[in-house]
Design a binder for this molecule. Sequence first.
Ligand SMILES: Cc1ncc(COP(=O)(O)O)c(C=O)c1O
Length: 423
Amino acid sequence: MTTAQLDHATLVAHDRKQLHPLQHPTSHADPLVVDHAEGVWLYTADGRRVLDGMAGLWNVNIGYGNQELPEVAAAQMRQVAYTSNFAGMTTAPAAELAYRMAGMAHPTLNTTFFASGGSEANDSAFKTARYYWYRLGRKEKYKFIARRGAYHGITVAATAATGIPRYQTMFGPMAPGFSHIPAPNPYRYDGDRRPDETVGQAAARALEEAILREGPETVAGFIAEPIQGVGGVIVPPDDYFPLVRAICDKYDVLLIADEVICGFGRTGMWFGQQQWDLRPDIMAFAKGITSGYLQLGGIQVSDAIREVIDTAPVEDAWMHGYTYSGHATACAVGLKNLEIIERDIVGEIRGRGLLRGVDIVKSKETREADPAKAAAIYNACLARGLRTRNVGNALAFAPPLVINADEVDQIVDILGGVIDSLS
Ligand SMILES: Cc1ncc(COP(=O)(O)O)c(C=O)c1O
């Protein structure tokens, strides 16, 4: 089976007509040309087989090559592929998916708004938080606190919320109103920590101090990934999120959970926040909702926020939405994808599930990061047919959730072999 009729050199030459995300064109000189894929495996046009330890971009949760989703998409496209979801119109898949998701992440999250991806989802979260405070007569509450190492997306606002300077330096000035505090990294905490504090307590105190520094009357929300992905797969200590929730309540700050990576089974539960029984006021989602088979994302908002939206006068309505909000085909695929995760996958994955990071250090004593060695391990793994990703100080592993024990062993064997050979 091949989709590429072009020889490799011609395809690569044609490919130079597009810009690839986050990539200098010269470092994209010889891309992996993926011809087809099945389960956890990518098959390249030049005949190689690569175990995709990253499920695409943390999103192909049900694995490659599923045949039910294309059937659903084709049927929906024949019936009505897309129509406007703006005022006065809807479609059955959008309505049904919103209904299916009500209460799924938390009993107080019953309202969904659809976008096309994670960046749009987070922009929607920020605008909705500001709208909420504006409607309550507190429009001076417009600021957001995020965490160092956070990745929240690539739009102007999501870039400002992102806590990785490399994404920001060349696009300044950043949108105003965003600031960053340390992430609760138990292995390498970079904030101020008192001798009697746990990392969770110190990182939560950093939030409280930031709110007080900015002025609680100006802070609209705090945004956090339940497990930080691009920042290096940082699993917070168990005491962190309960403290964060209490601080947000104390100062009237909305808590926004960015579930773009953690959602839809990735951590072994439907949503990462459920690992800590967390109740966010707004939840952003994308990626795993369709397992990447089509573009879909969005937010869920609490019943309290919904109430404010419902009771606003019509001339002050929440003026937000995208052409592709509630895209009929994307929603039909999302609905089917949730059915497949529930039917075939949930119940077979455990613990923090299939979201793992391996921190590569120069010395175990000093814990000093070793990006050069991490890059060498990444390249050697790829040469042996295993795709991972360098994030923060870690190598990330987020394979499709359909991975079997033998394939997990293959990841461990390849990674172990590479690390041994480089040590
Ligand atoms: C936690 C998180 N939020 C938001 C985004 C942005 O999503 P998208 O690339 O779909 O805009 C990402 C993408 O990786 C992400 O990891």
